[in-house]
Ligand binder design. Structure first.
Ligand SMILES: [Zn+2]
Length: 380
């Protein structure tokens, strides 16, 4: 299988928003003339925390496609899998993100640092291919969940060896320079990001020719959502090099669900507040799995008592990623980002609320993906 040039990872925690996410991509096509292929991604970590099965993501994707009469390509991504957990994803998924970050060494020559990870990627790829059939899925290799960024030269080594290992990867997710905290903007040196992103694009084009990798090989940005300041840079450079791109966002949709609840009515607002209060009380537990990708400043977190007094507008503006709004609070937003476990535990209260307020929530989700994310790539 061959994935098209532009694709967007639109996984969502609770598999409720497939239609709204697809609507956003269709709207983006109308507005900017660019067809993003939807890829519904969900990691094993998310499945474990929410207690869901990969088959539910497949159902969500199929239902969304059917509901909107979409006749283009779409995929279901087994996100960040390894040899230990990939088997439960084999049937439902047709896109596999092979995560070999744990096999990357902290120092040494490129060979010492990366070869064990590349060998592992080969092993996992062959395992999937044996079970699924090599022509029935798209392969991504991810190396983003590590402390140190990979330089363009290191990317060249990685691609060369992945080609030697015969992994037909179509997307690669390196760790880029700077911080990609969940649900908030990029933090780092934008000029450095731009330089390395451009070099990465050149390296990919060269490696495709030199090592016979798939000709649609493209960068995959595990954005952690909402990296608004790098979107125009990426947009400009992929056009300059006529390159494709895969952008993964997932958590951003769950954040919009909370905003939707907050603005829907009094009951919805009360539920959003309850989730925040629950998160405050269990901050340690919730933030540990995401320690490397969030920066919550606890001094900036309002008390549950204070939030209790807020009206819908205050809650929404505190959450909504509008950097120009003085009420916007990145620490509040990041804490909510990792607190979907609380919502999952409130299942009987939470899931019906997603249904009840589907219209309000849907509008938030569509606007967020189309207007705040994709617009920044293509409509300058
Ligand atoms: Zn990732």
């Amino acid at each position: 299988m061959k994935i098209g040039k532009y694709s967007f990872g639109v996984g969502d925690r609770f598999s409720h928003e497939g239609v709204n996410q697809l609507k956003a991509l269709l709207k983006a096509k109308e507005e900017f003339g660019v067809q993003f292929i939807p890829v519904w991604n969900k990691s094993n970590r998310e499945h474990v925390i929410v207690c869901t099965e990969p088959g539910e993501v497949r159902k969500e994707a199929d239902a969304a496609v059917k509901a909107l009469g979409y006749d283009g390509q779409y995929f279901v991504d087994a996100d960040h899998i390894n040899l230990g957990n990939v088997d439960r994803f084999i049937d439902a998924s047709d896109f596999f993100t092979i995560d070999v970050a744990d096999y990357i060494g902290k120092e040494g020559t490129p060979e010492e640092k990366f070869l064990p990870a590349i060998k592992e990627a080969g092993k996992i790829y062959r395992h999937i291919a044996a079970k699924k059939g090599a022509d029935n899925f798209v392969t991504e290799v991810s190396m983003d969940e590590v402390d140190n960024a990979q330089s363009p030269e290191e990317l060249r080594y990685i691609l060369k060896e992945l080609a030697a290992e015969k992994v037909p990867l179509q997307t690669i997710a390196p760790k880029f320079t700077g911080r990609f905290n969940k649900g908030v903007d990029y933090r780092g040196n934008l000029a450095q990001f731009e330089k390395e992103f451009e070099q990465d694009l050149q390296v990919i084009a060269e490696c495709v020719k030199e090592y016979g990798l798939p000709d649609n090989l493209k960068l995959s940005i595990h954005s952690g959502s909402d990296k608004f300041s790098i979107y125009p840079i990426m947009g400009r450079l992929i056009r300059k090099y006529d390159a494709g791109i895969h952008i993964k966002t997932a958590g951003t949709t769950w954040l919009e669900e909370i905003i939707g609840l907050a603005v829907a009515d009094e009951k919805g607002l009360a539920l959003a507040k309850k989730i925040y209060a629950g998160a405050l009380g269990r901050m340690e537990e919730l933030t540990v799995p995401y320690a490397t990708v969030i920066d919550v400043d606890t001094a900036q977190l309002p008390s549950a008592l204070e939030v209790e007094k807020w009206d819908a507008d205050t809650f929404a503006r505190t959450m909504r990623h509008n950097p120009a709004d003085p009420l916007f609070n990145p620490s509040f937003r990041q804490l909510i980002h990792v607190s979907y476990k609380i919502a999952a535990e409130l299942g009987d209260e939470f899931y019906p609320a997603l249904e009840k307020y589907a219209d309000v929530i849907g509008k938030e989700i569509e606007d967020n993906l189309c207007e705040r994310h994709i617009r920044r790539l293509f409509a300058l």
